[in-house]
Design a protein around this ligand. Sequence first.
Ligand code: MRU
Length: 369
Amino acid sequence: MLVNDQHYQTIWLKEGNDKIVQIIDQRFLPHRFVMEDLSSVHDFERAICEMHVRGAGLIGAAAGFAMYVATMEAASKTSFDESVFQSSVLLKKTRPTAVNLEWAINRQLEAIATGKEINEKISLAKKTALAIATEDAAGCHRIGLHGIDIIEEISRKKNGDTVNILTHCNAGWLAFVDYGTATAPIYEAHKRGINIHVWVDETRPRNQGANLTSWELLNEQVPHTVIADNTGGHLMQHGLVDMVITGADRLTRNCDAANKIGTYLKALAAKDNNIPFYIALPSSTIDWSMRDGIKEINIEERDPDEVKYVHGLCDGEWKKVLITPAEAKAANYGFDVTPARLISGIITERGICAASDKGLLELYPEMKL
Ligand code: MRU
């Protein structure tokens, strides 16, 4: 997608040195556009844990590249296989909720195991990392081509009046390799000249909506308004929201969706106001081994300081500001689970389906038990 009219993806191999992976360090957005070089498993561990890269798809793509770097590191160790395995264990611990992380690492382990000697294993890991990234971008593009049908339908019903879409957190291109999931149909609608306007939840505590989604939409010139997290219900009661669309970090096979904390409350408000609530995701975010999202999904708990402090620009300087009493106790649950019954449909790279085991299996018949 565009940054100052130039096309970027969120992760790539450095030009002229394919042993180095480059990312956009998202901690500094929207005020500074900083690129970072990653060249060791430790660099990746830090970048994923501390959220230089974040968002389900990008965490998966980063894990794919991390495993490629792990094979290069393993080449100088006594046991190549043991070293690669240990790196996979470390990387799997970096963030627990987005299933794309373990999905990408397991895919890499399988690919690497098919190589006979070390150089072949390294080259297979590189090829797989690139394939994961390319497929992620292509999948998101297809999500846009399917999701656009919903927006077009609402636009037709409103005789071309503005379609108001509410989104939570950042399931935009910054959360993937390109296009995003929740944003892909939005970008497609904008490209086709449909009148749209996006309500962007700020998304405390880390403000991915205010910092990232707003920045993305601004770069693509999509009309939008940032709102405080608690505003959505009021807007829905007053007819100012036509649909809600968010991403997901893990979807169980019966379609319970873990997404950024606060998503569940938006789904409840949408249900109460008869507003369609969609989840957009690539199949790499489906956890076919789980059924009950509330009981089974591991919800990440992060440093309480993320709740107690906010970051931002003050008189041109990047500042961290304490907003609670210094001794206040804070809790920081990263995600919540929206039960399938509150979800109007799932938008995937293969099409749109009902939020149920049956609906999902119509799109993915090969996953029947
Ligand atoms: O904690 P993050 O920023 O990695 O969380 C991910 C998200 O931005 C959201 O939960 C998103 O809607 C799903 S990931 C595409």
